[in-house]
Design a protein around this ligand. Structure first.
Ligand code: SAH
Length: 221
């Protein structure tokens, strides 16, 4: 099957999974997943699975990305904070559906590759940095939407602080050893509420940056 045919199959799979929003489906169509996976996995780019991207991390499964984005309820006036940009695949889809994406990734070389792909695709409304997403992005806060692509035991306080009034955050919450729950965190009239949406399995949200860890190890010797 050609890549184009595989892409059509993916769109059909997403529809079957209940993703009917045509703008989301169009954004998936405009984000060629084959560019976001390592060349050795090129022929599996459109399989509905997570694939390795290095540093023990994975590009998320398309249906998971699409469902989380649907739960975010985006429009073109909204500014989104994305934690765990990884390959940049989800970043690309988000960038078609909102005003600007602020993306954070803790691995410098994953972010560099993601940035190259996003530049190639002319996703000019993305600002991406290397950093610890658990701290959010205070200089750009508040955010109307926050999406976290790695699982935390609980919602990081900094992200709650940076969620705008009327804002929504979608984040997998729970124990690493079992399924986590995709959780919607909302702020309405200053009150934070949380709803569990559906079970998932994500890699962990890891505090700090790999470079920092080396520094602190050295400091502790
Ligand atoms: N959605 C992305 C990848 C998700 S994998 C894609 O489709 O490609 C989860 C990503 O979160 C990994 O790249 C991992 O390095 C990153 N991550 C984990 N903890 C983080 C943190 N504290 N800050 C920023 N990124 C983090």
């Amino acid at each position: 099957m050609t890549l184009a045919a595989q892409k059509i199959r993916l769109i059909l799979e997403l529809r079957q999974a209940g993703i009917t929003d045509t703008e989301i489906l169009a954004a998936v169509e405009k984000s060629p997943r084959e560019l976001f996976v390592p060349p050795t996995f090129g022929d599996r780019a459109y399989d509905s699975v997570a694939l390795p991207i290095g540093h023990g991390q994975t590009i998320s499964q398309p249906v998971v990305v699409a469902r989380m984005i649907a739960a975010l309820d985006l429009n073109d006036r909204i500014k989104v904070l994305e934690i765990g940009a990884g390959s940049g695949y989800q970043t690309s889809i988000l960038s078609h559906l909102c005003r600007r994406v602020y993306a954070i990734e803790r691995h410098r070389d994953l972010l560099r590759d993601a940035q190259e792909r996003l530049d190639m695709l002319k996703r000019y409304n993305v600002t991406a940095v290397v950093g610890d997403g658990m701290k959010g992005w205070p200089d750009q806060a508040p955010f109307e939407r926050i999406i976290v692509s790695a699982a935390a035991a609980e919602v990081p306080d900094a992200l709650i602080d940076q969620l705008a009034e009327g804002g929504v955050m979608i984040i997998p919450i729970g124990d690493q050893r079992r399924d986590q729950m995709i959780t919607r965190v909302s702020r309405q009239n200053g009150v934070i509420s949380m709803d569990e949406l559906w079970p998932v399995r994500f890699l962990p949200l890891v505090p700090g940056r790999p470079d920092d860890r080396k520094t602190s190890k050295r400091a502790s010797v």
